[in-house]
Every structure is written in structure tokens, then in C-alpha cells.
Ligand binder design. Structure first.
Ligand code: GLY
Ligand code: MN
Ligand code: MN
Length: 440
């Protein structure tokens, strides 16, 4: 923790530097960053789980306090307007005493609608950064989430500070503990629901604390890319297990996937091949490399795996160009990771917001950026038997290049995804996930 506190000082200096830069360019006095407000469920007196504005948690590891605000101008100590109502129904946030508290001027807000008393009087010169445009309007902000400011902040968010990298290592180490426990539960016969409970309990985080809905899929459910249904009873025959689950540390996400076969068989061999291919792609990461090129390289390597396992026939390039690999691997290679699982800024060419579109043949790619030092990305190739996509191949002569018997053999296993979280350094990559001992 002492180390983190030390790094935090530099982190907040860097955020101040960024704010000073963009506000002077945009002729703004500063930014007023809103943590957010609770969202009420329709016809109910209960709220949805609170999700904090990522631009707020970039400054402080405060992820659970709505109606709080940061006033930052890049030069003065940031002001934190911290919500502490008189409320005997809900837990009221404690007065902050953590390592970060000395770096902000804290003012306590007891009534959410009284925030104007704490905001700068020349509000016209400040930009509102947050979700609640109606609130910003009432408060008199004319500049709300200006594109120029958001593009700048989102672009630079990919360049993680040392503090952020430390948080993300910790977030990986927590998730790895959960993955190891989940793997044991799978081999011991647990249901999907039970495996998720084992995972959450091993990481000591609730379903609303983890950064995304965990995917825990047995057998053919592993082919459903965003499967979150969770069967309560174990399947009669246990074949395969895919778990895509992360953890949260100080607001930073990990996002890890592993695939397992229950027995030694062709599916197990296919996992081995995918695992080694994933590591080859990670070995290609370095500053200056385009993430799109890594994605396309993955398709070529996958094509060779399809040939080697007699899933498809032909030459590797042809399988990619005809879209055959895309039917087996329809999603992107991965994304930038950070305060959000799919961190903002994945398509930005520069801080002005120039967009780099995904190639037409790869519409689901979530990152088209050029790699640079201190970026954190996931690398998550997959191979699945998804009948709706394979049906498209059956519509034309591509069907002759697929070995449907092998497809039938693999269908009950669902699919494979292997996902690690990687830091790009100037001279090497750092695979946080494997470094904490989560291997094949
Ligand atoms: N778990 C979401 C993703 O892998 O992108
Ligand atoms: Mn994932
Ligand atoms: Mn991911």
C-alpha cells in the first residue's frame, strides 16, 4: 500500500498536467467531474447498482459514492465535493482517510441538490464531465462533455500511469485467485451457478463489484459469446468449461478467460493449440504495431489450426479471405483495458479524436490503435461452434471447405477463448495474467 501511495502522487500530477493542457487549449477554467447519480428502477423505490463515471474514478478510488464531484483546473489542488447525507436508510460513506485523501481538498455535501454552493461561481467557463446533462443544465453549465475534452482525456487514458499499472496488476492477481478456485470447482463437478459462487467468494467481490457479468459456461454454452444464464444443475455429462471473469481493484478491471476440457481429447488438444497461438500473438506486441495487424495475424494462425485439426481444408490465406475463419472466430482480438473493461479510446488515432475504423471484414474489432508504451490490452482469440454463423458457410461453396464431421464432434464442447491482460513496455511485454500463475 505504501508503494501505491507513492505512485498515486505522480498519478494525480499527470492527471493535473492533462487537465491544464486541454483546458488552456479550450479556453476553459477547468473541469467539474460528476461521480453520477443513482438510477431508479421503473415503478419501484429501488435503484440499479451504482456505476461511477469513469472520469471520476480516474482521479480517486471512490467508486461507490453518487452525488460527489471533483473540481479540477490542473494547477490547484483538486476539490472533492464528497456526499455525506444524513441518511439512516443507507450506508453513508466514511470521511476519507485513505492514502489519496491528502491530495484533495475535501468539502462535505449533505444535500445533493445544494451542490451549486460548492461549485465555482463563473460556471460558464467550466466544463461539466458526466452523465447527467439535465443536472448540468440546471446548474448552468453551457459546456457539457465537450468532444474536444473527452477525446483528449480518452486518448490519454490509454497511457497508464505507474499507479494505474500497479492497480491493474493487483486486479489481475485477485482474478487469478478466483480462476484457480473456479477450475477446481469445475473438475469437482460443480454447476455453472456453483462455480460462479466459488469464483466470487475466492475473490471476495460481489456480483455488482466485479467489472462485468462473469461468463461461466459448461459444454455447448461455451459457444454463446455473452452467456450469463448460469444453470443451477450440473450437466449429465461434463465436457468443457469456459470462464470469462474479472476483478476490480480501486476501480481498475481485469478481464480474463480460460477454457478447460474435462478429459484428454481433441478438444483438449485444440485448447493447447489455441493457447500457444495466443502466446505467439502476445509475443508480437510492441510499440508501433497496429492492433488491427495483430487481429488479422490471429485469423491467419487460426486458419492453420483449423487445417491442422481437420476442421477446414484449403490454404490458410484463402480461409481468412473467404470469411471462413470469421465464422469460427467472430469477435475482435481484444481491447484496451483500464477503468472500464472496454476502455474508451480504442479507435482514436490522436488526442483530437480522429477515428480509425475497423476493417470492413472485422466489424466487431474494438481496438484499432497503434500500440504504445504503458498501454494495457487484452489478447483473447477464440474458436467456437456457432451454428448460426456456420449456416452462412453452408449457403455457398465454402461448405466444401468445412469438415462437418469434425464440427459435429466439437459442437458439444461449445468453444474456446483464452484471454490475458498485457502491458506494453518499451522493450518487452508484461503478461500480468500469466505472471500471477494462471497458465494453460
Ligand atoms: N469479458 C468481456 C470481454 O472479454 O471483452
Ligand atoms: Mn473477457
Ligand atoms: Mn475482454
Amino acid at each position: 500500500m505504501e508503494q501505491l501511495a507513492h505512485l498515486y502522487h505522480e498519478h494525480i500530477s499527470e492527471l493535473n498536467r492533462r487537465v491544464a493542457d486541454i483546458t488552456s487549449r479550450e479556453n476553459l477554467s477547468g473541469l467539474v467531474i460528476h461521480s453520477g447519480q443513482p438510477h431508479r428502477q421503473f415503478l419501484d423505490d429501488m435503484d440499479y447498482p451504482f456505476k461511477v463515471n469513469p472520469h471520476f474514478k480516474a482521479w480517486l478510488p471512490v467508486i461507490d459514492n453518487p452525488n460527489s464531484w471533483l473540481v479540477v483546473n490542473g494547477h490547484d489542488k483538486p476539490t472533492l465535493i464528497f456526499y455525506r447525507p444524513v441518511d439512516f436508510w443507507h450506508k453513508v460513506a466514511d470521511e476519507p482517510t485513505d492514502f489519496w485523501a491528502e491530495y484533495v481538498d475535501i468539502k462535505y455535501l449533505t444535500k445533493a441538490d445544494k451542490v451549486a454552493e460548492f461549485l465555482p461561481t463563473d460556471i460558464d467557463d467550466w466544463a461539466y464531465i458526466g452523465e447527467h446533462l439535465d443536472v448540468a443544465d440546471v446548474l448552468g453549465f453551457n459546456r457539457r462533455n465537450p468532444d474536444s475534452v473527452l477525446s483528449y482525456l480518452n486518448y490519454h487514458r490509454a497511457d497508464k500511469t505507474a499507479y494505474e499499472l500497479a492497480c491493474m496488476r493487483k486486479s489481475n492477481s485477485i482474478a487469478v485467485t478466483g480462476h484457480q478456485a473456479a477450475k477446481t470447482a469445475f473438475y469437482n463437478g460443480a454447476s455453472e451457478f456453483e462455480i460462479l459462487q466459488v469464483y466470487l467468494s475466492a475473490i471476495s467481490q460481489g456480483e455488482n463489484q466485479v467489472p462485468y457479468s462473469s461468463i461461466v459456461a459448461l459444454n455447448e454454452n461455451a459457444a454463446i459469446l455473452h452467456y450469463t444464464a448460469l444453470e443451477q444443475t450440473p450437466p449429465p455429462q461434463r465436457l468443457s468449461f469456459l470462464i470469462d471473469a474479472g476483478a476490480n481493484f480501486h476501480g481498475y478491471a481485469s478481464d480474463i478467460t480460460r477454457s478447460y476440457a474435462f478429459e484428454k481429447n481433441i478438444f483438449d488438444d485444440l485448447i493447447t493449440a489455441m493457447d500457444s497461438m495466443q502466446l505467439q500473438i502476445i509475443a508480437m506486441m510492441k510499440p508501433g504495431v497496429s492492433y488491427v495487424d495483430l487481429h488479422v495475424a490471429t485469423h491467419h494462425k487460426l486458419a492453420q489450426i483449423l487445417i491442422d485439426f481437420d476442421i477446414a481444408t484449403g490454404d490458410a490465406t484463402g480461409l481468412v479471405e473467404q470469411g471462413i475463419t470469421s465464422a469460427f472466430f467472430p469477435h475482435g482480438l481484444g481491447h484496451i483495458l483500464g477503468l472500464q473493461v472496454h476502455d474508451m479510446g480504442g479507435f482514436l488515432a490522436d488526442e483530437k479524436g480522429t477515428h480509425i475504423a475497423s476493417p470492413e471484414a472485422h466489424p466487431f474489432l474494438r481496438c484499432t490503435r497503434t500500440l504504445a508504451e504503458n498501454q494495457v490490452l487484452t489478447i483473447e482469440p477464440g474458436v467456437y461452434i456457432i451454428d448460426s454463423l456456420l449456416a452462412e458457410l453452408k449457403q455457398d461453396n465454402r461448405q466444401q471447405q468445412v469438415n462437418w464431421n469434425t464440427v459435429d464432434t466439437l459442437r458439444p464442447f461449445g468453444g474456446i477463448r483464452i484471454e490475458d491482460n498485457v502491458i506494453v513496455h518499451s522493450d518487452r511485454t508484461e503478461n500480468m495474467t500469466r505472471n500471477f500463475g494462471l497458465n494453460r
